[in-house]
Design a protein around this ligand. Structure first.
Ligand code: GCW
Length: 672
């Protein structure tokens, strides 16, 4: 079952010296404590020893691995390990006693679990473990996956089979997948999961389902993973109890409190609710002339006694304000800065439109100093070729996290808004819309796993370099040989730019085909709402192309801090990657390389195609390092990706050419 083990495939260690060294520690373990989490650590170490094939290695020398929370360590070690600033989840891995002892410590059993995974990760990469001095703690508190999974097991925007939650057979049938899911997530530090779709079904809140949710929560608990659910705003009506869902109505408040009481009596560590309200037809407080704050705070009050949180989504736009969809969330939310209850996080997508191959960061980041904002990334590739295209998303996440918001002067990157450094936030969070399903390898594309992995690593530390994440994942999954790791790291890193080039170069966006969003559809202009049509976003005509978001256009640019607004208000100083996001320019507009805009668009599309060809060429060389089936599967998928990159190029260029009326530049073939 290639790929099922994800990053917890403890492969046989070939090098005998390395093997001996590692085995000397893993064959002599002192694990202090007694809890289901300690048991999980024990189980994991056993799996690792079996997989690495350490079982028959002699426990030579005096090497020893000691795992225990700081206050429980033997007194000779206690003074040498400082966990004071590690919080509940941080850990240390330290070599002591002339490097003969490795100590994993922290302040809770879950911290020890994270530390254990940390050490195993070193071993999976064949790193030198002779002098360890690792200190790690997560920079973001709530690190959660969002499953857009429906109760009938279809997955909205899911491209890897059906939902892994088998509601029909729960709570009695506990699939081994549930535990493996928990292990995989804990290994990368994910500590929460929203089981249900944001387009929510109220039934999940009934006792019949809560019993099933409870069964999952019990599997996840030892692994430090909290369960959350989506709350359908109209549930009090739909479940037949009330005739209103008005958040200020006393009966409605009481209804939600009851629901919370019921859930917490079954699942004491339940995380809380994620809510999509007044967005794309979902019910919400607007119907009662109430605000986002009224809605969110009412729910927040229901879960507050149990330390639960509400994640209230800011993905809102309506047809009544068709001027520029990109501006709407900001306009709706900014007036409420500081008004949300302490246990509310406002969950904001990384960009203002919708999970495009490239978007500038969402202007809400940095504009709500008194409201904790939670990042929402999409791991599933809705607009990026589903599970057929190889795109390494940590590169995209990193780009967003690194962007300077200037909210607190220079050097206020989005990462600092999210991790609470800016404006000193008490509650912090980050979410990734999962790409997980019933496919044997969880994600369909063998490389889709890297995006789940990378999301987890960045959720733990949003300052990590995506290149390091790529290397880690490649070494763990395939091989640590330089001839593999080097070219494949380059391939992964470049894959993100490739998809931007062949789909939406130079700031183009939302030109995908209708509703399923697969493949090109820039010509679509007849959908019911203006902002659903690609023509609304590219605005190509004989005068040029692009969305003017400067003061002469929609002025969305003014939602950003002054230094950005000033810089981007002129096309000359706008980063070219965002050019057509902010400007409508003539086809003849001369770009930095001296060529026209038209030529540049065409050349970007062509470059995208060539980049996929390069990916293929690199992959061909990798056969010795990967198993046959994954090699074949990836080769075939790259073939699809190449075909579709050409499809994108040819379709978009033929369509835009009607307006530009210009020849294709040299090097760009005529569409077939
Ligand atoms: O990206 C869009 C998707 C919808 C999704 C919505 C959202 C869950 O096309 O499928 O609904 O965003 O994020 O709420």
């Amino acid at each position: 079952q290639e790929g099922y083990e994800l990053w917890l495939d403890y492969k046989k260690i070939q090098d005998t010296t390395v093997k001996k060294k590692y085995a000397s520690f893993l064959n002599n373990i002192e694990l202090i404590g007694n809890s289901s989490t300690i048991q999980a650590i024990k189980d994991e170490l056993q799996l690792a020893r079996t997989g690495f094939e350490f079982e028959n290695s002699d426990p030579s020398g005096n090497s020893k691995l000691i795992i225990g929370i700081q206050s429980n360590l033997p007194s000779s070690l206690k003074s040498q390990i400082d966990t004071e600033n590690l919080g509940n989840e941080g850990y240390t891995i330290t070599s002591l006693n002339n490097k003969e002892t490795i100590v994993i410590s922290g302040n809770s059993d879950v911290a020890l679990l994270y530390g254990t995974f940390g050490l195993l990760r070193e071993m999976q990469q064949k790193n030198d473990i002779s002098n360890l001095n690792i200190e790690e703690k997560p920079k973001i508190q709530k690190r959660v996956l969002n499953h857009w999974d429906n109760l009938d097991r279809t997955v909205e925007r899911g491209y890897a089979g059906f939902s892994i939650w088998d509601w029909h057979l729960l709570p009695e049938l506990i699939k081994p997948e549930y535990k493996d899911y928990a292990r995989a997530n804990a290994a990368i530090g994910i500590n929460g999961t929203v089981l249900t779709n944001v387009n929510s079904n109220a039934l999940i809140l009934t006792p019949h389902y809560i019993e099933k949710v409870k069964a999952l929560a019990e599997v996840f608990r030892p692994y430090g993973i909290q369960v959350y659910l989506t709350a359908r705003f109209s549930a009090p009506i739909e479940l037949g109890d009330l005739d209103t869902a008005d958040p200020l109505d006393e009966d409605v408040k009481k209804w939600w409190k009851n629901i919370a009481d019921e859930i917490y009596s079954e699942i004491p560590d339940f995380g809380g609710f994620l809510v999509k309200a007044d967005s794309e037809g979902q019910p919400g407080p607007f119907q009662y002339d109430r605000t986002h704050v009224d809605g969110a705070n009412m729910l927040a009050e229901a879960v507050a006694p149990y330390d639960g949180i509400i994640m209230w989504r800011a993905f809102v736009y309506s047809e009544e304000d068709p001027d520029d969809r990109a501006k709407q969330a900001y306009d709706q939310f900014i007036p409420y800065d500081g008004k949300f209850a302490d246990n509310v996080l406002v969950q904001v997508k990384n960009g203002a439109i919708d999970f495009q191959p490239r978007e500038p960061f969402h202007p809400m980041f940095g504009a709500m100093p008194d409201t904790p904002l939670m990042m929402e990334f999409q791991i599933t590739q809705e607009y990026l070729g589903f599970s057929s295209h190889l795109v390494f998303l940590p590169k995209l996440y990193e780009e967003v996290l690194d962007e300077d918001t200037f909210s607190d002067g220079e050097n206020s990157p989005v990462a600092k808004v999210i991790d609470g450094t800016n404006s000193n936030k008490k509650l912090t969070g980050i979410a990734g819309v999962a790409n997980i399903g019933t496919e044997k390898n969880w994600t369909g594309h063998p490389f889709g796993q890297a995006n789940w992995y990378g999301f987890g690593r960045l959720a733990w530390d949003p300052y990590m370099d995506s290149k390091d994440i790529a290397k880690e994942w490649l070494k763990i999954n395939f091989s640590n040989e330089e001839n593999f790791v080097k070219p494949m790291t380059d391939l992964l890193i470049e894959s993100r730019e490739a998809v931007v080039n062949y789909m939406t170069p130079l700031g183009l966006h939302h030109i995908m085909a209708t509703s399923h969003h697969y493949g090109p559809g820039p010509w679509v202009d007849d959908l019911g709402r203006p902002e659903w049509n690609p023509v609304y976003y590219h605005k190509a005509d004989k005068n040029g192309i692009g969305f003017d978001r400067t003061s002469s256009g929609s002025d969305a640019l003014s939602q950003y801090a002054k230094p950005i607004e000033e810089k981007y208000s002129s096309p000359e100083t706008t980063p070219e990657k965002y050019l057509l996001w902010f400007h409508h320019l003539a086809w003849e507009y001369e770009m930095k390389n001296g060529k026209t805009l038209w030529d540049n668009i065409a050349l970007h599309y062509q470059t995208g195609v060539e980049q996929v060809e390069e990916m293929q060429a690199t992959w061909e060389e990798m056969e010795p390092y990967v198993n046959e089936r994954e090699f074949e599967k990836t080769s075939m998928l790259l073939e699809i990706q190449l075909k579709e990159a050409k499809w994108w190029r040819d379709a978009c260029l033929s369509y835009f050419q009607q307006f530009s009326n210009m020849e294709l530049p040299e090097g760009v073939p005529e569409p077939e």
